[in-house]
Design a binder for this molecule. Structure first.
Ligand code: NAP
Length: 311
């Protein structure tokens, strides 16, 4: 085996709460698991400014800080974290083969915790103006909009939470939502409605984003009246949900119609020895705590799977 080929008992793909929790449990079972971080160390949680609903942190905890703590704890018990990304997998025979940016892994068991990515609006101008006014992450890009006017698209928890965060910088934050009622929970709704910098435009969708070198305006359409208007803004933050990062496993792992990996209650996929946890396999809860719990469960089950094999 060459230097960039590795054989591990357990390989974990993804470094969000599910991945690091799986790594912690597998490391404590003395399996010396490998964890490939993917492109976003800490996963989506690391892009969240403050996490207020993860137990043990009564004052809240920074998303990036929580990710670092997860990593430290897993490494402390022997997990090996590599800044590498899987590009191709062969799950047809064991050990499973995983080709990465830097080499190839052979793994006796695999835990897929590849998470999810933001959904795009798919309107004209959106792709062209990404990084020039169009953003999917307020924590990452909010500071570029100091004293500017921004739009937020969506009516869920993410849209409201990120809109509230953006009021630190922007002079005004206007939330555009396609319905009359918000989907977000009551606490966030109350905070957003009470914030003097936040305004709402309901029953409205964005049909186009315009700008030459950077965003200048969005075209809006009222879905009830059909009325079309333009809205001048320096930035637009889009939070309309996520899609699971599971394309790599298409044709090999069983998925639902949205691409979420199907597992049983023991986090087992249709391929014996392959487990899935976190947002790649969870269309329902999508919380840091639930992803962490699923990751731990997957590692416990994968450990039992290996034990059963070795007799
Ligand atoms: P979400 O709950 O699925 O909300 C997506 C929002 O985008 C909805 O309001 C939806 O409208 C709208 N939308 C979807 N497609 C659209 C389109 N093509 N054009 C315009 N609008 C569109 O997603 P999320 O806010 O990212 O939250 C995901 C999960 O994470 C949820 O379970 C949420 O509770 C959780 N979360 C929790 C917290 C927290 O607890 N602090 C923070 C962030 C996220 P409709 O309402 O009309 O469907």
């Amino acid at each position: 085996m060459s230097t960039n080929e590795h054989h591990v008992k357990m390989l974990i793909l993804g470094s969000g709460p599910a991945g690091f929790s799986a790594a912690l449990y597998a490391a404590r079972a003395e399996l010396a698991p490998g964890l490939l971080s993917g492109t976003q160390l800490g996963g989506q949680a690391a892009l969240t400014y403050t996490i207020e609903n993860y137990p043990g942190f009564p004052e809240g905890v920074g998303g990036a800080q929580l990710g670092e703590l997860f990593q430290k704890q897993a490494e402390h018990f022997g997990a090996r974290v590599e800044f590498d990304t899987a590009n191709k997998v062969d799950l047809s025979t064991r050990p499973f083969k995983i080709e990465t940016d830097t080499g190839e892994y052979q793994a006796d068991t695999l835990i897929v915790t590849t998470g999810a990515s933001p959904i795009h609006l798919n309107v004209p101008g959106e792709d062209m103006l990404v990084g020039r006014g169009v953003s999917y992450c307020a924590t990452c890009d909010g500071a570029f909009f100091k004293d500017k006017k921004v739009l937020v698209v969506g009516g869920g928890d993410s849209a409201l939470e990120e809109a509230l965060f953006l009021t630190r910088y922007a002079t005004s934050v206007t939330i555009v939502h396609r319905r009359e009622e918000l989907r977000a929970g009551p606490i966030l709704q109350k905070r957003a409605k009470e914030n003097p910098k936040i305004a709402f435009i309901f029953n409205t969708v964005v049909t186009e984003i315009r700008g030459k070198d950077k965003m200048e305006m969005a075209l809006l359409k009222n879905v009830k009246t059909g009325e079309e208007t333009s809205f001048t803004a320096d930035g637009i933050f889009i939070f309309i949900g996520h899609t699971p990062n599971t394309q790599l496993f298409e044709g090999q792992l069983k998925m639902d119609s949205h691409g979420y990996i199907e597992t049983d209650m023991l986090m087992q996929t249709n391929v014996p020895g392959v487990f899935a946890a976190g947002e790649a396999a969870d269309p329902h809860f999508r919380q840091v705590i639930t992803s962490a719990g699923m990751g731990a469960a997957a590692a416990i089950q994968a450990t039992r799977f290996l034990e059963a094999e070795s007799g």
